[in-house]
Design a binder for this molecule. Structure first.
Ligand code: ATP
Length: 265
């Protein structure tokens, strides 16, 4: 679904991504992990066509990104950022309907009943009916991020790119958000690529992880293959214990306190 070949990206003299080669199959759920400044968001910007690589090529579904027009690309791919929507005065339902722009005619209209049913389904699934007429700027950050997800769902893309989508959410809303994305992925056969800072959340929800370090891919594989103390220490420079999640065995990371040895165990 996504093929990245020999990508280099620089900003001025700063080389941010170096010889990135990566393939994502349809329906996979990838997490991109790595320290601050390792190039994760830059990779998302390249995949979304917002930035252009200095070298190399990216194809979506066998076609170079550069060959897609804006509307065609919007039907193929949607992007959701950390703070998905600005606090504007538009009401929730209208904002979600804005996600339909790739399907609207030149007057910005789409009159089909199917589209209305799709909107109703999204409002139900994201439990937004009570908020339908509230303007975005009175919502909490968590509610706004749910609306942002609804707008992206209305776009009915085949690929969704998420850049740290749970940063401003509390733990309940983080899990709720990831559950919603995971169920959408299962139901629609969606391909998901998400930048993740929370490695435990990444191990729970992603089936593959890509590890970036100083602009290079240093590892890729399943959470079980990737989340181990040695790799975490070499990439993030922290000491950790890895334990198996009691429910399904996914690796979960416990940070070690640097002073713990001094108190003796
Ligand atoms: N538009 C830009 N102009 C100049 N430098 C940039 C630009 N965008 C990113 N960079 C630089 O590229 C490097 C990688 O940034 P990027 O945002 O991709 O990293 P990241 O892994 O997403 O980091 P974080 O975890 O902190 O969000 C950083 O050194 C950053 O300062």
């Amino acid at each position: 679904m996504i093929e990245v070949r020999h990508i280099d990206k620089s900003y001025g003299s700063l080389s941010v991504l170096k010889d990135i080669n990566w393939r994502v199959q349809r329906g996979q759920f990838w997490g991109i992990i790595g320290p601050n400044g390792s190039g994760k968001s830059t990779l998302i910007s390249l995949l979304s066509g917002v930035e252009k690589p200095n070298r190399g090529e990216i194809s979506l579904d066998g076609r170079l990104i550069a060959e897609y027009g804006r509307k065609k690309l919007s039907r193929k791919l949607a992007v959701l950022q950390q703070d998905g929507l600005p606090p504007v005065a538009y009401p929730v339902r209208e904002v979600i309907e804005m996600g339909r722009f790739p399907f609207q005619n030149w007057r910005g209209r789409e009159d089909s009943e199917a589209a209305q049913r799709l909107m109703d389904g999204i409002m139900d699934k994201l439990e937004l009916n009570d908020l339908a007429h509230r303007p975005l700027h009175v919502l909490s950050g968590g509610q706004r991020q749910r609306v942002a997800l609804g707008k992206v769902m209305a776009q009915q893309p085949e690929i969704v790119l998420l850049d740290e989508p749970t940063t401003y959410l509390d733990i309940r809303h983080q899990t709720q958000f990831m559950e919603l994305v995971a169920s959408w992925q299962r139901e629609a056969g969606l391909t998901v690529v998400s930048v993740m800072h929370d490695l435990n959340l990444a191990a729970l929800y992603c089936d593959h992880l890509l590890v970036l370090h100083q602009g290079r891919i240093v590892a890729e594989g399943s959470p079980a293959e990737i989340i181990n103390s040695e790799l975490i220490e070499s990439v993030f420079q922290v000491q950790s214990h890895i334990v198996a999640h009691p429910d399904h065995g996914e690796p979960q990371l416990l940070l070690r306190k640097e002073t713990s040895g001094k108190h003796g165990a």
